[in-house]
Design a binder for this molecule. Structure first.
Ligand SMILES: [Mg+2]
Length: 265
């Protein structure tokens, strides 16, 4: 399938997942064909997601299940970026993690002692805030007490929501905001888009060339691409409506109704 000329000039395409490639458990209409066409045209592809609920191999399995080709080294997750950033600290310490098992594993792999479910949880040196479907008040309390005792506060993302078939669900930014409100402290850093870490990871894997980042959010996908110095495409299959897209400042390089409308001629 031929690509639109505006897209054919890029060497590599960074694809957001939620609201761009899929919504919930369904592929976005035409997305499978669009990604296949990019591959056929020899474009480098990375799937780059702020979703901290799953490990990279789980994303690979879901992509294949929905009809996409994907390999493990094409998946750039926020959890992997958290691991990279924490591993660079080289001073170890104890961490309390609000997040899925996948995020807990990434923190442990970075060399930190995870103290979730121990009596030392409120004395953690670092609190890492993502989210997961069983998030509860107890975790908010422990995170609050640890931060007020002096723990460093690291957020995975500031995403407010992610799109699901029944409407937006609260994302890790909403949980981070709860910890910040309770403690009166702002996270020292966040790791996911629009911060540069995940873009650097993708570039290290794919190499030099002209990059396009595609996603459904202005505050993460478009802002992040701009900060990374690459072109952006906003698709209207997720968090952003046509009117917001038209009023956006800075403007995305491209705006399209969907990934398929962006890519396919
Ligand atoms: Mg998205």
């Amino acid at each position: 399938m031929p690509l639109r000329p505006a897209i054919a000039r890029y060497d590599h395409v960074l694809l957001d997942l939620d609201g761009c490639v899929w919504v919930g458990d369904d592929a976005v209409d035409g997305a499978v064909e669009a990604v296949a066409a990019l591959r056929e045209a020899g474009k480098g592809i990375a799937y780059i997601t702020n979703d901290v609920r799953h490990a990279p191999d789980q994303f690979v399995r879901k992509l294949w299940r929905l009809g996409f080709q994907a390999s493990l080294d094409e998946i750039v997750t926020c959890g992997a970026a958290v691991q990279f950033v924490l591993a660079e600290r080289r001073d170890g310490g104890a961490a309390f993690v609000i997040g899925s098992q996948a995020l807990v594993d990434h923190v442990a792999e970075a060399g930190l002692r995870v103290v979730n479910n121990t009596e030392f949880a409120t004395r953690a040196d670092i609190v890492v805030v993502g989210t997961h479907s069983d998030f509860d008040y107890r975790e908010l309390r422990i995170a609050t007490q640890a931060v007020l005792r002096g723990a460093e506060l690291i957020g995975t993302t500031r995403d407010r929501t992610f799109p699901m078939p029944d409407g937006p669900w609260p994302a890790s930014g909403a949980v981070l905001a709860a910890v910040e409100e309770a403690t009166g402290r702002r996270a020292e850093r966040t790791i996911g888009k629009p911060e540069p870490h995940m873009y650097e990871t993708a570039r290290n894997r794919l190499g030099t060339g002209r990059y396009l980042a595609v996603g459904d959010r202005l505050d993460t996908d478009v802002a992040g691409a701009r900060r990374a110095g690459i072109d952006s495409a906003l698709v209207l299959t997720g968090a952003t409506a046509q009117a917001e897209a038209a009023a956006a400042d800075p403007r995305p390089t491209h705006v399209a109704d969907s990934l398929a409308a962006l890519v396919l001629r």
